[in-house]
Design a protein around this ligand. Structure first.
Ligand code: SIN
Ligand code: FE
Length: 293
């Protein structure tokens, strides 16, 4: 396996969620598509929470539990006291994830939109259903039903495994390299097809050409087994209490193993980045010479 020549993983030495002084380098690195990580940040699991770390807390046929912004929870089953405990634990993580992102990237703060928080109690290998949904393959995040028109997906992850198991990730090459490799091979955008799938409810809103390209890149990477094996990449085992952040619509990533993780997503308009030119939207506009939206 070729090693990535680019250093796609950047360690930050801080020991607390609230960073006292943001460094311009962090914004620069994360907007370059790197993964920033903290080896260990404090996240205490209380005694009454230990029992929540089991797939039994998941509703049948569900992969993740998600805590919505209105406080309602989706995907969990169990006695009310367990559900309440689960909510409290996820909320603790949400509040720490906000501390982290707001203090690391103060200029994003007024523009960030908080998404639901997710808890993933399934062992990674047991949640695979198809190649497209197989997150053990390197990919950039793009979602078939949810067009985002270039809005960024900023994610905070924590490994909350209580038995010492790492969450093993692979991190691939920079977005520009990926886009350059596949842009000529992907299916052309069809406005007619986009309208059709919107009409029949496949998408929540009209899939734009930008969203089409992002989905095609996601699929092209995942379906290319040669690429999966041979493209520049590094493997990173994140230990329990490790916290890592990236723009997952830009950073090529895959999860190989692990169980029990929490994740907080924030959305950010590409125009509100420290440098909007580094966004997938701008990169794809330049490559296609089209005013993509
Ligand atoms: C993904 O975003 O592809 C999955 C990440 C994870 O489950 O660790
Ligand atoms: Fe992903």
């Amino acid at each position: 396996m070729k090693k990535s020549s680019h250093n796609q993983l950047i360690k930050i030495e801080n020991k607390h969620w609230l960073l006292s002084e943001p460094k311009p380098k962090w914004a620069n690195d994360i907007e370059d598509g790197k993964v920033l990580y903290f080896e260990s940040l404090p996240f205490k699991i209380n005694k009454n929470e230990i029992k929540l770390f089991s797939p039994n807390i998941l509703k049948p046929n569900t992969r993740n539990i998600s805590l919505n912004l209105d406080g309602s929870i989706k995907g969990a089953i169990g006695p009310e006291e367990d559900i309440e405990a689960l909510k409290k634990m996820i909320l603790r993580f949400r509040s720490q994830a906000k501390n982290l992102i707001f203090s690391a990237f103060p200029e994003y703060k007024p523009y960030l939109k908080l998404a639901p928080t997710s808890f993933r109690p399934l062992e990674v290998s047991s949640r695979v259903t198809s190649w497209r949904a197989d997150d053990r393959r390197l990919h950039v995040d793009a979602f078939p039903s949810r067009p985002n028109y270039g809005e960024r997906i900023l994610r905070v992850f924590i490994n909350v495994n209580t038995e010492g198991a790492p969450r093993v990730w692979r991190v691939g090459e920079p977005f520009l390299n990926i886009a350059k490799q596949y842009i000529k091979k992907i299916k052309p955008y069809s406005p007619f097809y986009a309208k059709l799938i919107n009409l029949i409810g496949v998408t929540k809103s009209l899939r734009s050409e930008y969203d089409h390209i992002m989905l095609e890149l996601h699929d092209a990477m995942k379906s290319d087994l040669e690429y999966q094996k041979k493209s520049p990449q590094i493997t990173m085992p994140f230990k329990p209490n490790a916290v890592w952040i990236c723009f997952s619509d830009q950073t090529s990533h895959a999860v190989m193993s692990g169980q029990h993780m929490m994740e907080q997503t924030f959305h950010l308009a590409a125009s509100k980045q420290y440098d909007p030119k580094k966004s997938p939207l701008e990169i794809l506009r330049t490559l296609t010479q089209k005013k993509l939206t």
